[in-house]
Design a protein around this ligand. Structure first.
Ligand code: ACO
Length: 324
């Protein structure tokens, strides 16, 4: 049988790190009150990184991809599929994946973006796995890259303190042993309005609001339930149980959602990979960023069983179970 395996991981955070105190001071100067205490208690976030204004999602993606290629012992010219998960693309079109391909100096292989907001990486990984299993590709770059700072409303303290910029990438290769064991993806468009950037480009103008809007409590209520059901679905598909999970690597939005998910799966909190404290919510980039941090710290090791889980705007959610 033909499977897909992750053979290398990489990530990139923009250099500028902004602590809660620094952000609170910037907001306070404009009459918007927040504090390190409030942000830490509600979200677990202590700092986030913001890209410089001339840095695009593709710039972060390319550097994360280069690190993943190096870890996999591959060159960009070995890659025959590029998928970028992003909700903050460089342009309306062409896709950020095409721009990444060009910046990597390779040409010809299929390249496209996947848009599933914070579930983007599990969606992209599932698409790449399917294409590898079908024989359509054999060495894929799967990247999550975001510059959410561009779409934040810095007059809305309920959202602007939550997000950050960054990118993570994996090289996914065909293999005769798994690899990716099972995936489970979902969407429910009834909830479009609880987390969205409702603006669009028309007639040479941006119509509607181009900044992020979120009903935080509605998102919170949906998130824990759907993450539990997606996790149970992939375990069942793979014929595994909760006790087989070495590491839970969920989308890094909020420590309370992540701990709630671990609890529902009866996983001890030391099996939960947490980077939200240092990264904030980097949307589609958060899972591959957390994975790469855990790999480079020597925590996630070859052979470990990983549960990756995403949830976000759409409403979208999903899980991927894999042997690393
Ligand atoms: N600093 C200080 N006070 C604040 C801030 C802030 N940054 N933001 C909001 N408040 C105030 C509110 O104004 C409100 O004040 P009031 O009671 O006087 O009206 C009070 O704090 C409580 O606000 P709530 O919104 O009820 O706070 P809650 O406990 O729900 O926490 C939060 C808000 C952190 C957003 C929470 O709902 C949450 O984490 N939700 C999930 C969000 C999430 O994970 N989103 C990402 C999904 S992934 C994706 O696709 C992008």
């Amino acid at each position: 049988a033909r499977y897909s395996r992750i053979t290398g991981t990489g990530s990139l955070l923009p250099a500028r790190r902004v602590t809660n105190d620094e952000l609170a001071a910037e907001l306070g100067a404009r009459g918007i009150e927040t504090s390190d205490e409030w942000i830490v208690a509600r979200t677990g976030i202590r700092a986030r990184h913001f890209a410089a204004s001339d840095v695009a999602a593709s710039d972060l993606a390319v550097q994360a991809a280069r690190h993943a290629l190096e870890a996999a012992g591959r060159r960009a010219s070995d890659i025959d599929l590029i998928i970028v998960a992003t909700s903050t693309p460089d342009m309306v079109f062409p896709s950020t994946a095409c721009i990444v391909q060009q910046k990597l100096g390779v040409h010809g292989c299929p390249a496209f973006d996947v848009q599933a907001v914070c579930s983007g990486f599990v969606y992209a990984l599932t698409v790449a796995d399917s294409m590898i299993k079908s024989g359509a590709a054999s060495k894929a770059l799967v990247i999550g890259a975001e510059v959410f700072s561009r779409i934040l409303d810095f007059n809305d303290r309920g959202t602007c303190v939550l997000f950050g910029d960054g990118a993570g990438a994996v090289v996914l290769e065909a293999s005769d042993r798994p690899g990716i064991l099972a995936s489970d993806l979902h969407a429910d468009g009834r909830h479009v309005g609880i987390l969205c950037v409702p603006g669009h480009v028309s007639g040479g103008q941006v119509l509607g609001d181009p900044l992020l809007k979120m009903d935080g409590q509605a998102v919170f209520k949906l998130a824990v339930g759907v993450l539990e059901s997606a996790a149970r679905a992939v375990l069942e598909k793979a014929g595994r149980s909760e006790s087989d999970i070495d590491w839970l690597i969920p989308h890094q939005a909020n420590i309370r959602i992540m701990q709630g998910t671990a609890k529902k799966l009866k996983l001890p909190l030391d099996k939960l990979v947490v980077t939200v404290d240092e990264h904030g919510n980097t949307s589609a980039a958060s899972i591959p960023l957390a994975l790469d941090v855990a790999v480079r710290a020597g925590r996630v090791k070859p052979g470990d069983t990983l549960m990756l889980e995403g949830v976000g705007g759409g409403f979208t959610w999903g899980a991927v179970l894999l042997d690393f």
